[in-house]
Write a new protein. Structure first.
Length: 314
């Protein structure tokens, strides 16, 4: 199997256009690593590329599940494994691109916790504890069985706290230990990784422009339609950037101007968290898109990837 070409970077940096141009040059297909683009109907707010924008390049892992459904990292990893096998048979270059670092790690390193780790009854019980006793009580419960994971999770990050408790209760092994074993096992797939960056001020300008464009394209109407279809405002899908802020506006918590301000602020903060995650990976080669034209960036990535392929074949 060819090494996976990985292209990462913060939201709005320019991953989509660059990845499509690279796919055209390398006869590749794109696998989305975006935890919200998997949902059907979440199009404008997730910056999901339209059919026209894809320019005929096949895109995988878009519109996979209904927004009312839960979708785990393990399920993502398993589906991508099937896609990679198919691309290998057809001799296509796999291009994994997106901003969800955990998805990318799951593909490259594997994911030890499969769907068997789920326990709906236990999850409902833990939600009940959080509702009746508070998030702090739930977090303290995690601290008692997995202090390492509890230390990195905020008490209000209820979804991840519950998942960590679910892992422990169903397997008898703390999540931190699972992750440690996963790290020791080493990479599952060979990869060549590139990270895209821009000057912070320039990136924030692009984020602000993207938000304004999304609103002009009908993001508010998209959110309304999802709610009218019965999607719960507390669902995972509606916690996506652009959706949760507009839900607050629709519920009368603030006006549209404030919703827009919050969306821009939250997106900038998200971009900063993404960079913090990716900067930990010393194998990523970084390209400053403010210093390169798109053609120059494409040429650098394609040349490097082809050199790696030649090295493997020799």
């Amino acid at each position: 199997m060819r090494p996976i070409l990985v292209i990462v970077g913060p939201t709005a940096v320019g991953k989509t256009d660059l990845s499509i141009a690279i796919a055209q040059r390398l006869d590749g297909e794109i696998i989305s690593a975006d935890s919200m683009q998997i949902y059907k109907g979440l199009d404008i707010g997730t910056a999901k590329p339209t059919l026209g924008e894809r320019q005929g390049i096949p895109h995988h892992m878009l519109d996979i599940v209904d927004p009312s459904q839960e979708f785990s990292v393990a399920e993502y990893q398993a589906m991508v494994e099937e896609i990679l096998a198919d691309l290998d048979v057809r001799d296509k270059v796999p291009i994994l691109t997106g901003g969800t670092g955990l998805y990318i790690r799951a593909v490259l390193e594997g994911f030890l916790l499969g769907a068997e780790g789920k326990n709906e009854a236990l999850r409902a019980h833990l939600h009940y504890i959080a509702e009746t006793q508070g998030n702090t009580a739930l977090h303290m419960r995690l601290q008692a069985v997995d202090a390492k994971t509890a230390a990195r999770l905020h008490p209000n990050d209820r979804r991840r706290v519950i998942r960590a408790l679910e892992v422990y209760e169903t397997s008898g092994i703390p999540l931190s230990e699972h992750l440690s074993l996963q790290k020791e096992r080493g990479p599952r797939h060979a990869s060549v990784k590139f990270g895209l960056v821009r000057d912070r001020k320039r990136l924030y300008q692009r984020i602000d422009l993207r938000v304004d464009t999304m609103l002009a394209q009908g993001l508010l109407e998209e959110v309304k339609q999802l709610l009218q279809q019965g999607l719960d405002h507390d669902s995972t899908a509606m916690q996506a950037l652009g959706y949760k802020e507009l839900v607050g506006y629709l519920r009368g918590q603030y006006d549209l101007e404030e919703a827009t301000r919050l969306l821009k602020r939250d997106t900038r903060r998200y971009a900063k968290r993404q960079m913090t995650w990716f900067r930990r990976d010393e194998t990523i080669m970084w390209l400053d898109l403010d210093m390169l034209t798109q053609d120059e960036a494409v040429a650098k990535i394609v040349t490097n990837y082809e050199e790696v392929i030649r090295g493997i074949r020799n």
